[in-house]
Ligand binder design. Structure first.
Ligand code: TRP
Ligand code: SF4
Length: 612
């Protein structure tokens, strides 16, 4: 089996070295171009033109990072799906894990959600195809899952809202109860799981999920999902589980099964038809997302790449050759037919850094350009390997083409693809080169042939990541510390009380507060406004922020206002939960698991430190 995917799951450890990692509160970009009036060019993903009516969102400046300052191991940036859900340094998620900043795609999102506008949703992986589909009313999907380990709380509400927002913009929406995971990884009994599952579903429905157009399921009750998980399992091996999740010989097998089930969850919306799909989650789930993206590629029949001659290229080599090809007029005897050897000589003479090695005849030791002048950044090793490949190809013409690599195609599909390619094409053992197709059309064609021949044709799943909320008591929000979070099931008065007792970013005295202003950026109460209480009202969130930092707002009245809003929110939410009970009964989800049992065993993970 060929596994030459571009994805980085296999060579990226899910842990990073904590050394030298400074705990900082990341400054978020101020998202000013995000008003509802954003206009966009329909055809482009890289939108530059935005028309804005600026209502400066209040947040988006600095939002605390989930209380990592006080948390133990605060300087670790470890993406562990079953570990502690704090992130001390959001910046590292970009630099070390390759998560992209949400700011980059924000202008492409039609009427962005307030969590997007305020920078609470801070990162993504390849979200632009989803944004584009939403803009154009093309098929798209959203899916997320919930481990029913406790009450749903205000942290989960972020994800509920994200699912519902996408659903309201036309995406097929899926929400699932990760009961297999809760049982295998957290050791919960089936009756506990049933109760919690019900609570999650009721809150999701109460917040506006439409079960008619969307789909709700439990992992354990979805036969199609499990069959599919089994198929995916044939592409995943144990060493990856070790590498990505730190599983070892003591890890129970059901735990592993729950992981492959999550992989199936993530691709499930595409079983009928491939489509851009977003998975809204916390950044702790990123290892799952990367693994799923990798598996999606492995399940494909063909891989489409760009090539310039018969030989294969690595990504950096391809970048270099593309630039060298653009310079062909300079070095080719016949610019309409540049030769690989000509390009090799030119690169060697003009782009190689001078060396002391005088034995190399063709090298004049006096590079007059550098790779940088071509606008590419590659290492010397890449320059050397590229030269070697070009030299070996000799008189072969250097000529751009798209290449269809046979990854897992059936013979029949391979033949069908050859027939389907328009224009000039060349067939090789393991690939086909097409000279008159652009990359986007080639990708579509490969997918079409694949799905017509019994393949899945998956689009790599996308993800968006939200910040973790700070606990009300400072530190992290934890389900095992009731005062740190507000459950969606808390008595409204209880919610009121918890807010009144919350830690703030206020000064020691009212006088100091008036002089210096409060520290809204470090205040869990301000976060409540930004993440939830201000709802869609940016004006309220801005007002709280500005009044706080200018010293016009004192914590007592600020908390009183927040507490009242929280109480009203919980009253309304719980009222709605009652109203949607019949909706839940109408779904075909069973909330009575009839399973036999043995006493729960210890699981390999600590159960107490996740934001659940
Ligand atoms: N693992 C997730 C959690 O810890 C739950 C989950 C299961 C999930 N399947 C999913 C999340 C698919 C997103 C997509 O909460
Ligand atoms: Fe927090 Fe409000 Fe006090 Fe500012 S005034 S520190 S936002 S509680």
């Amino acid at each position: 089996m060929t596994r030459d995917t571009d994805d980085d799951i296999t060579d990226t450890s899910s842990e990073v070295d904590a050394d030298g990692d400074v705990d900082i509160t990341t400054t978020l970009p101020t998202n000013t171009e995000c008003d509802a009036d954003t206009t966009m060019n329909e055809d482009s993903d890289n939108l530059t033109e935005t028309e804005t009516e600026v209502t400066v969102p209040p947040t988006g400046r600095t939002i605390p990072d989930g209380g990592a300052t006080d948390a133990e191991g605060a300087d670790d940036v470890t993406l562990d799906p079953w570990g502690s859900s704090t992130v001390s340094d959001y910046q590292k998620l970009f630099t070390e894990f390759g998560i992209e900043t949400f700011d980059d795609v924000l202008p492409a999102v039609p009427n962005p959600h307030y969590l997007m506008r305020r920078g609470v949703i801070f990162g993504h992986r390849e979200y632009s195809p989803v944004a584009k589909a939403l803009r154009n009313d093309d098929p798209a999907a959203v899916l997320s899952g919930f481990m029913p380990t406790g009450d749903p709380h205000i942290g989960h509400k972020l994800v509920f809202d994200e699912i519902i927002w996408h659903q309201q913009r036309g995406a097929d929406a899926y929400a699932l109860i990760a009961d297999l995971e809760a049982h295998a990884a957290r050791g919960l009994s089936w009756s506990e799981i049933d109760d919690h599952a019900r609570d999650y579903l009721l809150s999701l429905l109460a917040l506006g999920f439409d079960p008619e157009s969307g789909e709700l399921y439990r992992q354990s009750g979805n036969r199609e999902l499990q069959d599919f998980a089994f198929e995916l399992g044939s592409q995943a091996n144990f060493s990856e589980f070790e590498g990505i999740y730190g599983f070892d010989s003591e890890t129970n097998v059901a735990y592993m099964q729950s992981v492959i089930t999550q992989m199936a969850d993530i691709l499930y919306p595409q079983l009928e038809e491939p489509k851009p799909t977003v998975i809204p989650v916390g950044p702790d789930q990123d290892p799952h997302v990367r693994f799923a993206r990798d598996l999606a590629a492995r399940m494909r029949f063909f891989k489409v790449t760009k090539a310039y001659a018969s030989f294969e290229l690595t990504e950096p080599e391809r970048e270099l050759i593309a630039a060298v090809y653009d310079e062909r007029e300079v070095y080719a005897e016949d610019a309409s037919r540049p030769r690989c050897a000509e390009a090799a000589t030119w690169v060697m003479n003009h782009l190689m850094a001078p060396t002391d090695d005088t034995s190399n005849e063709t090298h004049d030791g006096n590079a007059d350009m550098s790779v940088d002048t071509l606008g590419v950044v590659v290492s010397d090793a890449v320059v050397e390997s590229t030269i070697e490949k070009l030299e070996n190809a000799g008189m072969e013409p250097l000529r751009p083409r798209v290449r269809f690599l046979d990854a897992n195609a059936t013979d029949e599909a391979f033949e069908a693809l050859i027939t389907a390619i328009d224009g000039e094409k060349r067939r090789y053992d393991e690939h086909i080169d097409a000279f008159d197709l652009n990359a986007a059309d080639a990708t579509d064609l490969a997918r079409e042939v694949e799905t017509n021949h019994g393949g899945y044709g998956f689009v790599a799943p996308s993800s968006i990541y939200h910040r973790f909320m700070t606990g009300l008591t400072g530190g992290k929000m934890s389900s095992s510390v009731p005062a740190s979070h507000i459950s969606l099931l808390d008595e409204p008065e209880k919610g009121y009380e918890k807010v009144k007792q919350a830690t703030t970013g206020g000064r020691e005295t009212a006088q100091k507060q008036r002089e210096l202003g409060g520290k809204a950026d470090e205040c869990p109460v301000y976060e409540l406004y930004a993440y939830l209480l201000a709802n869609d009202d940016d004006t309220l969130a801005t007002e709280v922020y500005n009044e706080c930092v200018s010293g016009d707002r004192l914590c007592g009245s600020c908390k009183e206002q927040a507490a009242e809003l929280m109480q009203a929110f919980l009253e309304e939410h719980q009222e709605k939960r009652k109203e949607v009970q019949s909706l839940l009964e109408d779904t075909d989800i069973s909330l009575t698991s009839d399973r036999r049992k043995i006493a729960a065993s210890d699981t390999t993970d600590s159960l107490d430190d996740k934001e659940e």
